[in-house]
Write a new protein. Structure first.
Length: 260
């Protein structure tokens, strides 16, 4: 449906969220940002969902950026509001209590790369192109891209992408650490499914703690980060999943984790 900016579908414990504006290469307008924010809020609170896969509809794009038509006439104040709206979504995704995989099926440009970088893992088709082309519009990244790219891939890559504005191939993005994996386009869905199934069978509370310590540790001094890791490590001993995981290892069987 063209007037539905996103679609949501469950395959067992795997929730698929798809940006659904293929005619506009899935560009993020305000309505799409809000719909995504709601969808991730729901996925966060739904115990049946163990992992989320985010992608874009159609054969060409993951997301080709913030909606340029919607941005073109914004005032400075509204421009700032639009940025804050996008940043709110990215933070919602980044702080999800369960893993989110970006399945980059085509262009991930501007807000599209920012969206992918807010996810916890990124798998890209070998045909995908990623970049921060805002400079070509007289703009800069506004959904957290400058900050996340810097943390993900360092200063050299950030300045290269943001100053030059040229898209790079999936393979180069892999070299720079911007994506985790690259798959042949025809195998992207199957490879993503494998990743998602592995995460869905993993221990939910330990996954959550991992996401948490990485989010917190990325922003604090090492002593604080180490203390937080120890606290979370200790907490795992209060979970049934930890007993199940260690027992299953000793009994040479597969663990069945229930998130308790
Ligand atoms: N915002 C709004 N609309 C967008 C868009 C965006 N970021 N990206 C693509 N579209 C729209 C186009 O305007 C076009 O709409 P139309 O058919 O109504 O004219 C449609 O999507 C298809 O895009 P088109 O440019 O014709 O496809 P292409 O294959 O020739 O080029 C791209 C693909 C990705 C190279 C090109 O669309 C592009 O450069 N997009 C903008 C990327 C960008 O600067 N993103 C950062 C925004 S801050």
């Amino acid at each position: 449906m063209t007037d539905t900016p996103i679609t949501v579908a469950d395959h067992g414990p795997i929730r698929h969220v798809t940006v659904n504006r293929p005619d506009k290469l899935n560009a993020l307008n305000a309505a799409t940002l809000d719909a995504l924010h709601d969808a991730f809020g729901q996925a966060a609170g739904d115990e049946g969902v163990r992992v989320v896969v985010l992608t874009g509809a159609g054969p060409k794009a993951f997301v080709a950026g913030a909606d340029i038509a919607e941005m073109a006439d914004l005032s400075a104040t509204r421009g700032r509001d639009f940025s804050l709206r996008g940043q709110r979504l990215m933070r919602r995704i980044e702080t999800m209590p369960k893993p989110v995989i970006a399945m980059i099926n085509g262009f991930a440009l501007g807000g599209g790369l920012e969206l992918a970088m807010a996810c916890h893992l990124r798998i890209a088709a070998d045909t995908a192109k990623v970049g921060q082309p805002e400079i070509n519009l007289g703009l800069i990244p506004g959904f957290g891209g400058s900050q996340r790219l810097l943390r993900l891939a360092g200063r050299a890559a950030t300045l290269e992408l943001c100053l030059l504005g040229a898209p790079i191939t999936a393979e180069r993005a892999l070299q720079l650490g911007i994506v985790n994996r690259v798959a042949p386009a025809a195998e992207l869905e199957a490879e993503t499914r494998k990743l998602a199934e592995q995460l869905a069978a993993s221990a939910p509370l330990a996954l959550r703690a991992t996401l948490d310590i990485v989010n917190v540790g990325g922003e604090c001094a090492i002593e604080e980060g180490l203390q937080y890791e120890s606290a979370q490590f200790g907490l795992m001993f209060a979970t049934e999943d930890m007993r199940e995981g260690t027992r299953a290892f000793l009994e040479r069987r597969k663990p069945a984790f229930e998130g308790r």
